[in-house]
Design a protein around this ligand. Structure first.
Ligand code: PLP
Ligand code: CA
Length: 305
């Protein structure tokens, strides 16, 4: 890698870097798109990388869509050659974890949205269904608790309620009940300068209520890389992680032994990257990227020939 030195790369240096790498992992929001708008040049960059024989993967902490729904979003935004198998979301990986690692014998209580539910069902992981959950007239004193629940999974949930929090912390009283979080993201940018609280903020509420710590599945946890590596033969030293958030994407790359690159089209700034680089704390240094570019569009100069 570049030693977490936040080195700004131009076209010729990007070309050298790409010569040394076979796999490129892209974060989604803030790197290849912002909400429903593609980052200018990003679809061309993805196509050209593939034409040059690179393997491309997409690694997103956004758990709100199932994989097949992402395929539609990619094509809607002009990414014409992205396959479902290349998309790794925190919802897909959470389902894989419960099925293949935890080998859950029981149900999952989900605080989350349709994307998480769909991935769990597709993976054959039993969930507490929402109808069972929303009994009319139920209160924290009498709401039914399912005795088969063996895991609580928290993701982004715009219908988060006190009742869901109350149920989840009852389930977590059982120390054998797993406590998982799709991702630790604190907030996300919306259009017009607004933000929305991320699943990390909901997980924090449940961590306080339960006096427990969640196991994080999404970035910066290594599990997402293990999930990709279990399906594709990936050499970390020949892989580049490109992201816009230092505490998730760049730390994820560092945790997995990947070269890391920050793009400035999303959440984090160059100043924040330099502050991590110059920090004395090893943990903080791991949030500093090897490389910085303004935008993935800077790859176009490296790829045109
Ligand atoms: N989770 C939610 C609900 C989001 O809206 C977003 C970004 O918009 C993310 C996670 C972060 O996604 P990514 O990891 O692709 O930046
Ligand atoms: Ca991002």
């Amino acid at each position: 890698g570049g030693g977490r030195g936040c080195v700004t790369l131009g076209g010729a240096q990007i070309r050298d870097l790409l010569d040394a790498k076979h796999n490129v992992l892209f974060d989604c929001d803030g790197v290849i798109w912002n909400g429903e708008t593609a980052v200018s040049g990003a679809p061309e960059v993805v196509s050209l990388l593939k034409q040059r024989g690179k393997r491309v993967f997409f690694v997103t902490n956004n758990c709100t869509r199932p994989r097949e729904n992402y395929v539609q979003k990619f094509s809607r935004l002009g990414f014409t050659d992205v396959a479902e198998e290349e998309i790794f979301s925190s919802a897909y990986c959470s389902a894989a974890y419960l099925r293949d690692v935890a080998r859950l014998q029981g149900k999952v209580y989900v605080i989350g949205c349709g994307g998480v539910m769909k991935e769990l069902r597709d993976a054959g992981v039993p969930v507490v269904e929402e109808e069972e959950d929303a009994e009319p007239g139920a209160s924290i004193y009498n709401c039914p608790l399912d005795p088969d629940v063996k895991a609580v999974l928290v993701g982004y949930d715009e219908n988060f309620t006190f009742m869901k929090l109350a149920k989840a912390c009852c389930y977590l009283r059982n120390s054998e009940c797993l406590f998982l979080a799709t991702d630790p993201d604190p907030w996300h940018p919306l259009r017009g300068g607004r933000i929305t609280p991320g699943s990390g903020s909901l997980t924090a509420a449940l961590e306080t209520a339960s006096s427990r710590k969640a196991t994080v599945i999404g970035k910066p946890s290594r599990f997402m890389f293990e999930c990709i590596a279990s399906q594709f033969d990936l050499d970390p030293t020949r892989s580049l992680m490109i992201g816009d958030r230092l505490e998730t994407d760049i730390l994820f790359g560092s945790n997995c032994g990947l070269a890391t690159m920050l793009t400035l089209t999303g959440v984090s700034t160059l100043e924040e990257a330099l502050a991590y680089r110059d920090s004395q704390e090893p943990q903080q240094k791991d949030c500093a990227p090897d490389y910085v570019v303004e935008s993935v569009a800077d790859f176009l100069q490296a790829l045109d020939d």
